[in-house]
Design a protein around this ligand. Structure first.
Ligand code: PMP
Length: 388
């Protein structure tokens, strides 16, 4: 029997073997000519994946939370006003980070599984002037996807910087940084970027960099300060050595390989694949009679799904049985509904085959729990929807 299970959580995901090979390769010097070339190329490729013509990429050793912390530390000064478009757990985290650096935060909240309407956001932007607004493109606690393009248009009208938490979306959901006028888009390596955990990735627009340069107070975080990292990123891109803190050398090698694979697939093809895989997964869940956390189908993310447990069945009943059937899934995360739902990640290299295996494992576990349904309906619906 296979010892390995299929990892279908919303990050870390399963990684490509060529990417993993870089992790096991002999570590080079961080100023070796070959590494400088790989890092420089990775920075250029980031700009392409983020669809930014003129943004400044940053690669730091750390997780997605460090990328959020970096945005907050460099763009907020004590007393600045910030607007948080709140769709769940990770929007709350961004608010906490901004407050830590002295921001006065206003939330536009939606009910769990919902997202604030554009009218509500427009109203909030009219009531005050905010230096920046944060949006979680996909909140991993609710599987809700926001309309970043429309929100960015509103932010631009109000001369407010728009910062996108794309940890669960960059390289999976459509994001056109320059065309949409996004000022910061950040993520972590372990999700749709397809590299093991350990890199905080961020691209800042010229407008965001100007806001940073116009600060009157020093950045209250030594490690995250762009003043320390900007010369390093510029040096690597100019194929010159630089040092502030030792980069995560093997992860950067792996990042360059993965970004190359992403660009080879083509961004539009990749977004379409995520949409097809996401639709298939949601159709399979619905066919089994399970509700989902997003309140409307158009709010649902393509990078993960969040099915609710059927009546009378708990996570303790279901998730270990799904695991035994060969698939690792994640429990709930949003504190208010944590025990009521579970999460399926389907980003990065995820295929229809992975989704079919997952829905099959869920069907097996549901049968063992005594849930009444017609065996095979979930798998059939996922397959049919994928090909539509
Ligand atoms: N934002 C979102 C939307 C996320 O999904 C996550 C991780 N699940 C984070 C931020 C935080 O990232 P990390 O766990 O890598 O610190």
């Amino acid at each position: 029997m296979k010892e390995r299970t299929l990892l279908m959580i919303p990050g870390p995901i399963e990684f490509d073997t060529a990417v993993l090979a870089e992790m096991g390769a002999q570590t080079t010097s961080h100023v070796a000519a070959s590494f400088i070339e790989a890092f420089g190329q990775a920075l250029e490729r980031m700009r392409q994946v983020w669809q930014s013509t003129d943004g400044q990429p940053f690669v730091l050793a750390g997780s997605g939370t460090l990328a959020m912390d970096t945005a907050g530390a460099n763009l907020i000064e004590p007393g600045d006003k910030a607007l948080v478009i709140n769709t769940g757990y990770f929007s709350d985290r961004f608010a906490a980070i901004l407050e830590r650096y002295g921001a006065q935060v206003t939330h536009v909240r939606a009910p769990i599984g919902g997202r604030p309407s554009l009218e509500e956001v427009e109203q909030a932007l009219k009531q005050d002037h905010f230096k920046l607004m944060t949006v979680t493109q996909v909140d991993t606690s609710t599987a809700v996807r926001t309309d970043v393009q429309s929100l960015a248009a509103l932010a631009r009208q109000s001369d407010t910087l728009i910062v996108v938490d794309g940890v669960c979306s960059v390289a999976g959901e459509e994001l056109r940084m320059s065309e949409w006028g996004v000022d910061v888009a950040l993520t972590a390596s372990q999700k749709a970027i397809g590299v093991p955990p350990g890199l905080a990735l961020l691209v800042a627009s010229p407008k965001a960099m100007q806001a940073f340069l116009a600060r009157k107070t020093p950045v209250a975080n030594y490690y995250a300060d762009w003043a320390n990292w900007l010369p390093i990123m510029q040096a690597y891109e100019a194929r010159k050595p630089g040092y502030f803190g030792t980069p995560a050398v093997n992860l950067v090698w792996a990042l360059n390989v993965s970004l190359g694979q992403i660009l080879n697939e083509g961004l539009d093809a990749r977004f379409k694949r995520h949409q097809a895989v996401g639709r298939a997964c949601r159709a399979g869940i619905t066919a089994l009679g399970l509700d989902q956390v997003p309140l409307l189908p158009e709010f649902a993310a393509n990078t993960l799904s969040a099915p609710r447990f059927p009546k009378g069945i708990t996570g303790t009943d279901l998730l270990p049985r799904i695991l035994k059937a060969g698939v690792t899934l994640a429990g709930g995360l949003h504190p208010a509904i944590r025990a009521e739902y579970f999460r399926i990640g389907h980003m990065g290299a995820a295929t229809l085959g992975d989704v079919l295996a997952t829905i099959g494992a869920i069907e097996t576990a549901l049968t063992q729990c005594g849930y009444q349904f017609e065996s095979g309906t979930g798998v059939a619906a996922a397959m049919k929807t994928y090909h539509e």
